[in-house]
Design a protein around this ligand. Structure first.
Ligand SMILES: [Zn+2]
Length: 202
């Protein structure tokens, strides 16, 4: 689809940035959209505009919420005693749909490497500390990836919260090194949760 229409080229550029899409598949999608302007482009544009306007990240738990509504983290009356800390929304969805865990979630919004500080990266670590205190939780499960950044982040969180009386656990070894939570199959995830290990402070 070589053309001199800047609007189309811009759209191709934007779609190519999406996970799993290169320029080739982006072009295929755009061709499909353009051939179905009224039935596809119009509702898509409307839907994107609504998400842009109304959906925000909750500053307490990191989950998505509707702008003017209270988040599930402050309305959920089920008295869970655990909180599971993940890097991103996709990780929470994977764990949630695998049906291996019942409890609160806390979505950090990324990971740290050793030269970064969490405020710069906007990670929700302060609000994690607040939520732990407020909800009298018994266990924090750190479910970050088995990547260098995931483990650096896990250590940082351990150091930040270990003075409390709360039990801190990590997903079991056996996660493939470099493995991202999002990529794990249900079986691996299940055993990593079931065999999670207490974090011992040196
Ligand atoms: Zn929330």
């Amino acid at each position: 689809m070589d053309n001199n229409i800047p609007e189309i080229n811009e759209l191709i550029k934007q779609f190519s940035k999406l996970p799993g899409l290169g320029p080739k598949s982006a072009k295929r999608i755009i061709l499909k959209l353009i051939n179905n302007k009224d039935s596809m482009v119009k509702p898509l544009a409307k839907s994107l505009a609504q998400v842009y306007k109304n959906v925000v990240r909750c500053v307490d738990c990191g989950n998505l919420k509707i702008m003017d509504k209270v988040c599930i983290c402050s309305t959920n009356n089920v008295a869970y005693d655990k909180i599971c800390v993940v890097e991103n929304l996709a990780d929470m969805w994977v764990i949630d749909s695998a049906n291996i865990y019942k409890g609160h979630y806390h979505i950090l919004g990324g990971t740290l490497n050793s030269s970064e500080n969490y405020e710069e990266k906007n990670l929700l670590i302060d609000s994690l500390v607040k939520r732990i205190k407020k909800n009298s939780l018994k266990e924090v499960i750190i479910a970050t990836s088995a990547t260098v950044e995931g483990q650096t982040t896990a250590h940082y969180i351990e150091d930040t919260i270990k003075n409390g009386k709360i039990k801190i656990t990590k997903l079991a070894q056996g996660l493939p090194v470099g493995g991202e939570i999002e990529q794990l199959d249900d079986g691996t995830l299940f055993s990593a949760f079931k065999n999670r290990v207490p974090v011992t402070s040196e």
